[in-house]
Design a protein around this ligand. Structure first.
Ligand SMILES: [Zn+2]
Length: 285
């Protein structure tokens, strides 16, 4: 282990994870070791950033934007490297941010929404689940979420609620339809700066220790990739296991316990939406 990584390990060891790891693990977990799932969103628009993200070491999950120039190729590569692939479904937001192809909006009838979502899923090879890209408007709409979850259920997938609004009903719709679901705990890089990402990662570690699991979402920003390339190899030293989203689901004894806590309310990035972290930076090449 190099000097830089030893220093990073030392700063992360300030957490209780180095001292009392298993004492607080969620009893719902068969596995006593705290687990963390990291999902990298917004893959597909930019080839080099996507490749850099997919080449990160370990059991990561990648969320692909449908009908984007590199989503098919990169999803294939991720699968070949043993990574997990999910659809990153664009959903209408309150800020009027551009959604890109395959967007689901409130204007769509149930039938149209189903056609678009099925088309999105068909476009991403090896997708075993999906999460929402943006969606602060649509994920508050119970009828639309019921429409989404009926497709997710039909296709035997899982749903990860990205929680881009505190009033999301997406996970509740999934729960009510018996769809396996997860809820995002921490956004890693709403501010793509190393010090911010480091603090968010420490919060994620702390959550993993106290509740037994943490669901973390990041983006293929150079700062995020650089940080994760340093921290992932030392995760084992912190006694936290990196797992894919579906592995986390399979470790869970009682699905409802994953949302027993309130999703984290980290500082928003600039305005009143949680979505800016995944907006402007991902569209350009
Ligand atoms: Zn996104």
């Amino acid at each position: 282990m190099g000097i830089v990584n030893r220093f990073l390990l030392l700063t992360l060891c300030i957490l209780p994870s180095c001292f009392v790891v298993r004492a607080f693990a969620d009893q719902a977990f068969i596995n006593e070791q705290p687990v963390m799932a990291i999902i990298i969103d917004d893959i597909g628009d930019n080839r080099s950033k996507g490749l850099a993200a997919i080449d990160l070491p370990g059991a990561l999950t990648y969320a692909f934007l449908p009908h984007t120039p590199y989503s098919f190729e990169l999803a294939q590569r991720a699968h070949d490297l043993g990574k997990e692939v999910i659809l990153h479904a664009p959903m209408e937001n309150k800020a009027g941010l551009r959604l890109g192809p395959g967007a689901l909006t409130q204007q769509h009838s149930s039938q149209t929404l189903s056609q678009i979502l099925n088309g999105n899923l068909d476009a991403i090879p090896y997708a075993v689940g999906m999460n929402n890209h943006m969606g602060s408007l649509l994920t508050e709409d119970r009828q639309k979420m019921d429409d989404v979850m009926s497709i997710v259920r039909q296709r035997n997938l899982f749903f990860l609620d990205s929680v881009t609004t505190p009033n999301t009903v997406a996970w509740k719709a999934a729960q009510d339809q018996g769809v396996p679901f997860l809820v995002r705990d921490v956004f890693l890089d709403n501010q793509p700066r190393r010090d911010y990402i480091h603090n968010q990662f420490k919060q994620a570690l702390s959550l993993a220790v106290t509740q037994g699991h943490a669901v973390v979402i990041g983006h293929p920003y150079p700062e995020t990739i650089a940080y994760l390339s340093e921290v992932l190899p030392i995760l084992a030293h912190l006694e936290v296991k990196l797992v894919t989203a579906s592995e986390l689901l399979s470790l869970r004894a009682q699905p409802s316990l994953v949302v027993a806590h309130q999703p984290q309310r980290e500082p928003l990035c600039g305005d009143k939406t949680l979505e800016c972290g995944s907006a402007a930076r991902t569209i350009k090449q």
